[in-house]
Design a protein around this ligand. Structure first.
Ligand SMILES: Cc1ncc(COP(=O)(O)O)c(C=O)c1O
Length: 375
């Protein structure tokens, strides 16, 4: 049987392939973009209720009580405006599937989580990457946004706090982006996966600022529950909601009911979980900052929010840098994420600071040793 050239969904995503190869083999994961995972013992669960939970198919749009608990954090939205998905990952796939085809145009802020541009590409859409640059603190230029959207598009994706750079935009800038997209008739898809990991007030969700805008979020990062695979889409456009449910009926049909049950217990009172994540990243960020600022081989734009940052090795070639990341994983049990997985030059790499402080210190020590050994 003959296959055409592989499209972006039939080759493995380099970022996730790297995770799959090394994340269970290392002792210091300083690349992960989530706070340390919780276990059932850490959650406000009734063991008896959990034991008796019927393991039947769930509701296709998501457990109604969970949708209501999520909607409570989106002023102006109701449970009907929420679609629960298998993580933010599935949320992006169903959105791109529903919104894009071979005649569509997508504009995607870059760098970002690769699914946001790889799935649009695989739909045959023409994808323009709106480049964030270190000399602008990895923040979007509103005039560039305006110019890109002037050509029209069916999908415009932004991610702040950003993965992998840790960049942020102000509320005023977000409101301008929403207005620019609205005036251009372009659907804004705001990936708010890291939205709660801010020092001050989080940004308002885009779905609360515009009828057609879409917000995406997840239990994976702030809540430390990636293994339950629960995320969601929030949007007031009911026709889009209907189409999203129709699409996901071909993928996962419903969510896994155990995951929905666990997410519900957390979403009923998320405050303590958010506080835990914020305290963790605030403490760890200063540890990373200390190492990056002191090391002559490292440069960076300090992260403004979220749980990751994107330093670079100032005096290495991309190949030498890639060797550093492999040495770290294979010889020193330390995991960072090469930025080549984000379609960026190899001298950039992602560090994540949501993990255990002692692991972070050990991993950073190994990074320094590896950099010092570079000729
Ligand atoms: C911006 C962003 N969106 C989506 C995802 C997918 O997350 P999940 O499917 O675990 O919710 C990630 C994971 O790293 C991410 O960084």
């Amino acid at each position: 049987m003959a296959f055409d050239a592989p499209d972006s969904m039939s080759v493995r995503m380099p970022l996730e392939e790297w995770f799959d190869r090394y994340q269970y083999a290392v002792t210091s994961n300083i690349g992960e973009s989530a706070v340390t995972s919780l276990s059932l013992a850490d959650l406000p669960l009734s063991a008896e209720e959990l034991w008796k939970l019927p393991l039947r198919y769930g509701h296709h749009q998501g457990l109604p009580e969970l949708r209501a608990a999520i909607a409570a954090h989106y002023p102006g939205l109701t449970a009907e405006d929420i679609v629960v998905t298998a993580g933010a990952g599935e949320a992006i796939v169903v959105l791109a599937t529903v919104l894009l085809n071979g005649r569509s145009r997508a504009v995607v802020e870059h760098p970002t989580y690769p699914t946001l541009y790889l799935v649009p590409r695989s739909r045959g859409a023409s994808v323009e990457l709106l480049r964030l640059r270190p000399d602008r603190q990895w923040r979007p230029d509103l005039e560039e946004v305006r110019a890109s959207l002037a050509g029209g598009a069916e999908f415009f994706a932004i991610t702040h706090p950003n993965n992998p750079t840790g960049s942020m935009i102000s509320e005023a800038e977000l409101r301008s982006v929403v207005a620019i997209a609205r005036d251009a008739g372009v659907r804004l898809v705001s990936d708010e996966t890291y939205g709660l990991m801010t020092e001050g007030e989080p940004l308002p969700p885009a779905a609360c600022l515009d009828e057609r805008a879409v917000s995406i979020s997840t239990m994976s990062k702030t809540f430390g529950l990636p293994g339950i695979r629960i995320g969601w889409i929030a949007c007031r456009d009911r026709e889009l909601v209907r189409r999203l449910v129709a699409c996901r009926e071909h993928i996962t049909i419903t969510n896994n009911v155990l995951g929905e049950y666990i997410a519900l217990q957390v979403q009923r009172d998320p405050g303590p979980f958010v506080a835990r994540a914020r305290a963790r990243v605030a403490g760890n960020r200063t540890v990373v900052a200390d190492v990056v600022r002191r090391h002559p081989r490292l440069g960076w734009v300090p992260p403004s929010a979220g749980v990751v940052a994107l330093p670079w090795i100032v005096d290495a070639t991309d190949e030498q840098a890639e060797q550093v990341y492999r040495n770290l994983a294979e010889n020193r049990g330390t995991f960072v994420v090469p930025a080549s997985g984000f379609e960026l030059p190899g001298r950039y790499f992602r560090v994540g600071f949501g993990g255990e402080p002692h692991q972070l210190r050990a991993g950073l020590g190994h990074l320094v040793a590896e950099l010092d050994a570079l000729s």
